[in-house]
Design a protein around this ligand. Structure first.
Ligand SMILES: NC(=O)c1ccc[n+]([C@@H]2O[C@H](COP(=O)([O-])OP(=O)(O)OC[C@H]3O[C@@H](n4cnc5c(N)ncnc54)[C@H](O)[C@@H]3O)[C@@H](O)[C@H]2O)c1
Length: 388
């Protein structure tokens, strides 16, 4: 890293933004701007962190200051436009939140815009920096399981929301193999949204990677044991791997063997802390001529492609071979085409409680003063509102 301290802007001052701040602080990056159309949100960050200025939009910020780095921390549908706008100003690096984009057209536009401006773009699948997943990747690369035949992943809270972490995590643990084909099934009988994006009620998918390894995934069908732990079966052994633990059986061990990660599970940061700090460090190294970034947009776009292919497979009742031809959001296309009629009326958003526009700010401030984090505060205020 060069000796000069770099500057950064946070765009979208909500829950995840706090973890980007921590990542920058731990790596000695100066935050010079907080961008959010909601004055109360940007003012909170300026006051709490005692640094930077608040701006209502990227345009307003770029009129005054061009930071070296930009964190895109707004909701999914804004990832592409905000990333492209920041790249057009020639910033050195962008860390954009997951999911990278909703549809391949946006994902590819983000990659192209950053290639054109020379901006290094990383997508915040920060769990790639957890010690459990790193150990799993190392052991599989060393051939401890023989050839990996099947991975099973079970998670909830939406394919775009948590599925992106799970699929991206499996790809990381497997050494980022190319995808050959995907087959998927989707159910949407309720008018379900997540952060303003229509999503499925549940889905499942089979992903076939180059070399023959398959991933079976299920989302929101059964929450028992739903997590970011993967079960991996190889020709010589099996592995259970999560962000904070890794154990194997077979390959000379008749019993499950826990692998030492060098830190107890409760000290491994999954969001924020060292995970975001290491993600920031790798971006700075990449900007300074390093080999690349494990969360590079070119890698993350392949995770988007798997999710979109799963839905496209359900749309077409076919196995979908890569590259995926459909550039839009297949789930939305299915809804528009009448393939997924809503049977239980009433739009709802599983993260709608994060919308701060109608929040009682006095109550927010009271809870914040107790040390409560943003997400639980918003959930608590929403629950109180439901009771009245
Ligand atoms: N990597 C992770 O583990 C992780 C965890 C949580 C959320 N996320 C992702 O982070 C993103 C944000 O989620 P969140 O939970 O922090 O949401 P949030 O609602 O808490 O915060 C979003 C903020 O963006 C602001 N905003 C809206 N329009 C904007 C614009 N045009 N420019 C700038 N700011 C704008 C909102 O006012 C709000 O303050 C989502 O895409 C989500 O998937 C990632």
């Amino acid at each position: 890293m060069s000796a000069e301290r770099r500057t950064a802007a946070i765009v979208g001052c909500g829950d995840i933004a706090h973890h980007h701040v921590t990542g920058y602080q731990l790596e000695g990056v100066d935050i010079v701007a907080f961008v959010d159309p909601l004055p109360v949100a940007r003012d909170q960050f300026v006051a709490e962190y005692g640094t930077g200025k608040g701006y209502a939009s990227l345009q307003e910020m770029f009129a005054k200051v061009t930071p070296d780095l930009v964190s895109v921390c707004a909701w999914h549908l804004l990832h592409a436009p905000l990333t492209i706008e920041a790249a057009a100003e020639g910033v050195q690096g962008i860390t954009c939140e997951k999911p990278m984009a909703v549809g391949m057209a946006d994902a590819d536009r983000m990659v192209e815009a950053c290639e054109a401006s020379g901006t290094k773009l990383a997508i915040s699948h920060q769990r790639r920096f957890t010690l459990g997943w790193e150990k799993g990747r190392e052991l599989i690369a060393a051939g401890v399981l023989g050839e990996v035949v099947m991975v099973i992943a079970k998670f909830g809270h939406g394919l775009l929301n948590c599925g992106t972490h799970a699929i991206d995590g499996v790809r990381f643990v497997l050494g980022d193999p190319a995808t050959e084909w995907v087959m998927g099934a989707v159910e949407r009988r309720t008018d379900r949204f997540e952060r303003d994006t229509p999503i499925e009620d549940s889905c499942l998918g089979l992903v076939h990677f180059a070399g023959g390894t398959q991933l079976f995934l299920q989302c929101d069908l059964d929450m028992k044991g739903a997590s970011f732990q993967f079960f991996v079966r190889g020709t010589e052994g099996m592995m259970e791997v999560s962000e904070t633990a890794c154990r194997t059986i077979g390959a000379g061990n008749a019993l499950w063997t826990d692998h030492d990660l060098g830190l107890p599970a409760d000290e491994i940061n999954v969001i924020g802390g060292k995970a975001n700090a290491r993600q920031t460090r790798e971006l700075l190294q990449w900007i300074d001529g390093g080999a690349g970034h494990r969360c590079a947009a070119t890698t993350a776009r392949d995770t988007v492609e798997i999710m979109m292919a799963l839905e496209e497979s359900a749309r077409r009742y076919q196995v979908v071979h890569m590259p995926l031809a459909e550039k839009g959001y297949p789930l939305e296309l299915m809804i528009d085409e009448g393939q997924l009629p809503v049977e239980v009326e009433g739009r709802y958003d599983i993260r709608g409680y994060l919308n701060r526009e109608d929040v009682d700010e006095a109550q927010y401030a009271e809870l914040r003063a107790t040390g409560m984090a943003h997400h639980p505060i918003m959930r608590t205020l929403w629950e109180r509102q439901q009771q009245t």
